[in-house]
Design a binder for this molecule. Structure first.
Ligand code: C5P
Length: 240
């Protein structure tokens, strides 16, 4: 090892930080992974990449020793969800999202079987306001529906939920110590808010009960993505 390297603190990822690879092509996603290097160990692959070669990328990331969150938000008849979850479990990926309907959640849990794939429920999409839910036939409002669906996720055997920082404490209280509470809508106070109107900082999200945070553009759109990721992991370390 060169003398200069000995003076550098080792770059170490915080496994609670998940970086979404929200890019239209796998080439751009791969370039982001290279730029982040050892500073990030957990990536989210969502619908945009699913529409191209998302699963190829996911398998490659696993082969590189990264953790992979498949944000596919499955929603179909139980047989189809069960079969899809079973195939995805065989990829060795780590997290999978499904919509928070009882039939869908239970089918995904059956499908992943004894694999290590964790099933996370999307309770209520944060794009839906109370008025939108009313239009869809749900009269109880978003907060009450979120709470009901967290109870149902636990009953279905899900490993956790996706929750906004404002719902993280509720999910932690209902789910208990080992429940996964994965929180998007996170912004360090030094970064642009983009379209995340009610963002919390990484430290606030962890203190509210998040087990993992999803933070994208403050890292991927930074001039120095690795430095931005390390700044965030340093802030997260204050949560213990
Ligand atoms: O760049 P940014 O940190 O806003 O990315 C957040 C990621 O989390 C995106 O992939 C987005 O789709 C996802 N997400 C979110 N808000 C939710 C649920 C998911 O931003 N309520």
């Amino acid at each position: 090892m060169a003398a200069a390297d000995l003076l550098q603190p080792a770059v170490k990822a915080d496994p609670r930080l998940i970086v979404p690879l929200d890019f239209p092509t796998t080439e751009e996603a791969r370039a982001a992974v290279v730029a982040l290097g050892p500073a990030v160990s957990f990536y989210k692959v969502g619908l945009e990449l699913f529409a191209s070669d998302g699963m190829v990328l996911a398998r490659d990331l696993k082969a590189q020793g990264k953790q992979v969150f498949l944000d596919w938000k499955l929603h179909d008849i139980p047989t189809t969800v069960q079969k899809a979850a079973s195939v995805l479990a065989g990829s060795g990926c780590d997290f999978l999202t499904v919509h928070g309907e009882p039939q869908v959640m239970a089918a995904a849990v059956r499908g992943r079987g004894a694999s290590s794939l964790k099933v996370l429920a999307v309770t209520v999409l944060t794009s839906l306001a109370d008025a939108d839910l009313e239009e869809m036939g749900y009269s109880e409002g978003a907060r009450a529906l979120v709470e009901r669906r967290i109870h149902q996720a636990i009953a279905a055997g899900c490993d956790g939920v996706i929750a906004s920082p404002h719902e993280a404490a509720l999910a932690r209280a209902l789910g208990g110590r080992d429940f996964l509470v994965v929180t998007p809508g996170v912004r360090p106070d030094w970064s642009a808010k983009n379209d995340q109107a009610r963002a919390a900082t990484p430290l606030e999200a962890l203190k509210a009960g998040a087990s993992h945070i999803v933070c994208g553009r403050p890292i991927t759109a930074a001039n120095d993505p690795q430095a931005a990721a390390l700044r965030i992991t340093a802030e997260m370390a204050q949560a213990g």
